[in-house]
Design a protein around this ligand. Structure first.
Ligand code: B12
Ligand code: SF4
Length: 497
């Protein structure tokens, strides 16, 4: 069977495609887990953002897919539905399957016959997709495939959920990176790839989709498998690795062991990026941070979320941001974590969420000041009511959601207001500060990859300051005019086909 797997072209503000184009780890994992006689092609459409239609026309012509799979996040739903219409026109006989966070958490969005979807894979995909392909090949029925929803006449049948995979039994095989048919992955000039070492999280932050997706649990791969995966990524040209684990720092001893294993295997010549909890780094930084550095970690995405207690409570993120040793209300762990990382020459990507229900202008400015002072790369977002998260319910109950257009749910478009501020004002405050804070780290990033800097430095600057004019920088024009220009450009960017 010929299979074409697609990730969506939509990117968001903090992932400028001139500098960051990351592969979708789900698709190569699916490709590695179907039976080997199938021909699978993986196309990350982020690599061809401005040539989506032509690329799809060419791929469908060359691959002649019997089955087309799409991986979709909520803010990409609109694009996904348009891509499906295009595929249907180009190859009416192909079956269409959707998976990923949006399809899993809002399957009803894909069941209308006009959507053109035949199958929905809910939750983890490897085994469900393997069984779906087998059933299609044999002409068997789909009723026994756990985790699958399938079209039966004009209606969908939803099979029972598939239990979460324990990962340690080896039934999830390594990804197939050889299936990729497009080129150009980059992390500021270094070819980047994604690797998983674990799945799941036992916390329940109110904004996060992970708990509804798979429940509160944590499962790990054996180190041998992780190292083999990293070696494979390197053999395919990667010089930077993003560890996409939901929360690798849940088990700090294991993470330390992984750092040692990377060093012992000589795989510490790659640049690693990882997501981490502030509490884990603050409480274990003395031993963990030097090991991370030695293993090649360069950027650490810290889930700081917010530095005000009231906001942390709303985000249900107090526990993961608490420093040990100061009693139950023992202070925010962010500064200590950042100090450990800086002492060990790593850079902090600071994930913060501003615009929560009780936020005032002062609350947002306090967080922005914190970012200015401590963080290397800002990753500031607005609370976004993704399907089925606890936060969505709260915002809806309080009548604070002011925008239901899901293509705007990209994290940097404010789609909710607070009790004190409207959404435009929230987004303006963030945007105004963000551009200048981003500038701070630009020279460091460019020195690390000088050739890339020469070719793309100006483009990156232009991207960061798009909409801004010299007149507004000099104070001769109201900054809100620049903001409106930026928003118009951003809206236009989102039209991928
Ligand atoms: C790593 C990661 C990133 C990375 C890398 C993205 C990449 N290219 O892979 C970065 C940092 C760039 C990123 C950015 C964003 N992310 Co992100 N990210 C994650 C994270 C941590 C892990 C995703 C992952 O790779 N998992 C490993 C793979 C193997 O698992 P998986 O993706 O779930 O895929 C499995 C199933 O879903 C299914 N499946 C998936 N696709 C398909 C397709 C088919 C056909 C089938 C059959 C099955 C299937 O099978 C797979 C294998 O089991 C998740 C979860 C979390 N805890 O926060 C968020 C998450 C996916 N991101 C999210 C969001 C919103 C974003 C951003 C919009 C904003 C943000 N919060 O940062 C941006 C947009 C990115 C862009 N395109 O510009 C949300 C999505 C919510 C939603 N309802 O859509 C999540 C869930 C986090 C959250 N807030 O809850 N992200
Ligand atoms: S700690 Fe991270 S992965 Fe876990 S629930 Fe919170 S945001 Fe999600």
């Amino acid at each position: 069977m010929n299979i074409l797997l697609l990730s969506m072209p939509d990117s968001f503000e903090h992932m400028p495609s001139v500098a960051i184009r990351m592969p979708n780890g789900a698709l190569t994992s699916l490709a590695g887990n179907v039976d080997p006689h199938h021909r699978v092609a993986v196309a990350d459409l982020i690599l061809v953002q401005r040539r989506v239609r032509e690329t799809l026309e060419r791929l469908v012509r060359e691959i002649e897919p019997d089955l087309v799979g799409l991986s979709v996040m909520t803010f990409q739903r609109h694009t996904a539905l348009r891509i499906i219409q295009l595929i249907r026109r180009l190859r009416p006989a192909a079956r269409v399957v959707v998976g990923g966070y949006d399809a899993s958490l809002a399957p009803d969005a894909y069941t209308d016959p006009s959507a053109g979807v035949d199958f929905i894979v809910r939750g983890e995909g490897e085994l469900t997709f393997r069984e779906l392909v087998r059933a299609l090949e044999r002409g068997a029925d789909f009723t026994g495939v756990a985790g699958l929803s399938f079209k039966c006449g004009e209606r969908f049948t939803h099979n029972p959920d598939r239990p979460v995979n324990g990962l340690d039994e080896g039934d999830v095989r390594l990804p197939n990176r050889g299936a990729r048919v497009l080129k150009g992955y980059t992390m500021v000039g270094r070819q980047v790839d994604v690797v998983e070492t674990s799945r799941g999280c036992t916390f329940d932050c109110s904004f996060c989709s992970i708990i509804e997706m798979r429940g509160r649990n944590f499962h790990t791969y054996h180190f041998d498998r992780v190292l083999a995966d990293i070696r494979d990524a390197r053999a395919h040209g990667a010089r930077a690795i993003f560890l996409v684990d939901d929360n690798i720092t849940l088990n700090v001893r294991r993470f330390e062991g992984l750092c040692r294993a990377i060093i012992a295997a000589g795989l510490n010549d790659l640049d690693y990026t990882v997501q981490a909890m502030t509490s884990a780094i603050a409480n274990h930084g003395r031993t963990l941070a030097p090991l991370m550095r030695q293993a090649g970690f360069r950027y650490v995405f810290l889930g700081i979320e917010n530095i005000l207690d009231e906001d942390l409570e709303f985000l249900r993120a107090e526990a993961k941001n608490r420093r040990r040793g100061d009693g139950a209300n023992g202070g925010n762990a962010a500064v200590t974590a950042i100090e450990y990382l800086h002492q060990n020459k790593m850079y902090v990507v600071g994930g913060l969420i501003v615009g929560n229900p009780t936020d005032t202008r002062a609350a947002i400015e306090t967080n922005l000041d914190f970012v200015r002072r401590y963080v290397d790369v800002p990753y500031i977002q607005h609370p976004t009511p993704y399907p089925r998260t606890p936060m969505t319910k709260t915002f809806r109950d309080q009548g604070l959601i002011i925008n239901e257009q899901l293509e705007d749910y990209d994290g940097t478009t404010a789609v909710v207001r607070t009790a004190h501020l409207d959404s435009d004002e929230i987004e303006f405050l963030r945007w105004r500060a963000d551009r200048w804070i981003k500038l701070k780290h630009l020279p460091v990033a460019l020195v690390h990859t000088p050739l890339f800097a020469l070719r793309n430095g100006l483009k990156m600057l232009r991207y960061t300051f798009r909409g801004t004019t010299i007149r507004s920088i000099l104070g001769l024009e109201d900054e809100r005019k620049s903001f409106e220009r930026y928003r118009a450009l951003r809206r236009a960017e989102r039209m991928y086909l």
